[in-house]
Design a protein around this ligand. Structure first.
Ligand SMILES: Cc1cc2nc3c(=O)[nH]c(=O)nc-3n(C[C@H](O)[C@H](O)[C@H](O)COP(=O)(O)OP(=O)(O)OC[C@H]3O[C@@H](n4cnc5c(N)ncnc54)[C@H](O)[C@@H]3O)c2cc1C
Length: 442
């Protein structure tokens, strides 16, 4: 069994951030990054659909310790290359163990035993950087008659070698992914039908706009919080700013009830005006031989049907957690500061914001993890475990992927705010021994 100090699971943004702060604060600490894929980058290694890019600005999405130098919105491949470059620069690639899938974590004799498909590790701490999405099974709504359909069904998470050139293509979905990919598909395909049961808020971003990390932080957070306080006013502003919004294209929900999608240099608004595009606001009832049948009885014919229907939320990478030989149900725990779970010692886990850059939260959580490890070391302790405290969990946003997954989240949250500024201050200035953690010496 390989014995080390810390096991990091996942080599995406969270894994790289964790490695950076661990190494910076504890240069002698031994750690390994276990990754099930054959390369690093996480989301940005996996997502290959045409037009894939970040939804929010790269000033806040890039690392503060190695800022992004490209345009305001990064393309998927460029983000992946950036992550590889950062890992290379700080010499982290040598710590990554690829093609290794963590199956279970067992807390025994005051340490974690990490069982994978091919090796077993033993460590004092585990940091789960496994993202929030089931990397194997994306969300695929089920309609009857799938076997009849003679065309190709592809989910954006599993793009493979799909080629839409000169094909009749249908894109199902109206979220960030559908809006991002539509302009690229429209360029390639012969004909495109967008099936969007309900329209989404879409924000336009000017690719030439220059900004700074601090300015963007304030602007993005103001946009979110003002839209929560002045809901009707923000709705009016959104509609008045963009002639795209009319009776059929204006969402029924308020701005920021769900994460808005983004268009770059008006690419989406321009692309959907093309003669080869039809937009349909209707649900699907079943698959038929040549396409899908809608609830109103119409049939949409297509050679390729792209399911831009999002992911299935999954915490902790589908890994079984066992304490005293008993499997833990995360739904029976409390989420301590959105970084640990009650009753589970020395296990940290990253989760991002729904209203702000994921990377920004990874950084403040990583610093807090290091402070916690330092507290344990300084006080000659062995472990810390959150208590079952807090308020009943509520959906952080009214998005389907969150609502569908409420039974997979902890049923309580303790000091987990969807607010970067509050967390920044709270993580930095509050004591580690804040009354919500129990510490053990043996
Ligand atoms: C198209 C798209 C655009 C996005 N744009 C933005 C944006 O603009 N801003 C933003 O904040 N967020 C955005 N996101 C969300 C994005 O997922 C996060 O920003 C971020 O990339 C998550 O990083 P992560 O390292 O936490 O997780 P991931 O990138 O999901 O990486 C997790 C890694 O852990 C590995 N792993 C998981 N389970 C196991 C296991 N059991 N054993 C071994 N390895 C395992 C996976 O293989 C993966 O490599 C976007 C997402 C998508 C899909």
């Amino acid at each position: 069994m390989d014995k080390i100090d810390v096991i990091i699971i996942g080599a995406g943004i969270a894994g790289i951030t964790s490695a950076y702060y661990l190494h910076k604060n504890f240069p002698d600490l031994k750690f390994k990054i276990i990754e099930s894929r054959n390369d690093l980058g996480g989301t940005w290694d996996q997502m290959k659909f045409p037009g894939v890019r970040a939804d929010n600005d790269m000033y806040t999405y890039g690392f503060s310790f190695d800022p992004w130098k490209g345009p305001i919105i990064g393309g998927g491949e460029d983000i992946k290359n950036y992550l590889v470059r950062v890992a290379q620069k700080f010499n982290f690639k040598k710590y990554v163990v690829y093609n290794t899938d963590v199956k279970s974590l067992i807390w025994k004799d005051n340490q974690w035993i990490t069982k994978t498909n091919n090796r077993t590790f033993c460590s004092q701490y585990v940091i789960c950087c496994t993202g929030s999405r089931d990397r194997k099974d994306p969300h695929l709504p089920k309609f009857p008659g799938k076997k009849q359909y003679k065309g190709k069904i592809v989910h954006t998470q599993k793009w493979g070698n799909t080629n839409c050139k000169d094909k009749n293509v249908t894109i199902v979905g109206s979220g960030c992914t559908a809006i991002t990919m539509a302009p690229s598909i429209i360029k390639q395909a012969k004909k495109v039908t967008l099936i969007q049961r309900s329209p989404a808020w879409i924000v336009n971003i000017d690719s030439q706009k220059k900004s700074t990390r601090n300015y963007k932080t304030i602007q993005v957070l103001w946009d979110y919080f003002s839209s929560r306080i002045f809901k009707k006013f923000q709705r009016k502003i959104m509609i008045s700013k963009n002639s795209y919004y009319n009776k059929t294209t204006t969402p029924s929900y308020d701005y920021w009830d769900q994460r808005p999608a983004s268009s770059l240099d008006n690419d989406y608004f321009t692309a959907v005006k093309s003669e080869k595009v039809t937009t349909i606001r209707e649900g699907i009832s079943e698959w038929v031989k040549n396409g899908v049948k809608l609830k109103n009885g119409d049939v949409v014919e297509s050679d390729i049907t792209i399911m831009a229907t999002g992911g299935n939320t999954q915490l902790l990478g589908g890994i079984d957690i066992l304490i005293n030989n008993k499997k833990i149900n995360i739904n029976n725990t409390s989420w301590y500061r959105g970084m640990m779970f009650s009753g589970i010692p020395n296990l940290f886990a990253h989760a991002g914001y729904i209203n702000f850059s994921w990377t920004a939260r990874c950084e403040i959580v990583s610093k807090r993890i290091c402070k916690t490890i330092d507290y344990i070391k300084q006080n000659k302790l062995i472990s810390c475990t959150p208590k079952y405290l807090g308020k009943a969990s509520k959906p952080s946003i009214q998005a389907n992927y969150v609502l569908r997954a409420m039974d997979k989240f902890p049923n309580k949250t303790y000091k987990f705010y969807q607010n970067y500024l509050i967390e920044y201050i709270s993580f930095k200035y509050t004591k580690i021994n804040d009354g919500a953690l129990s510490f053990s010496k043996n």
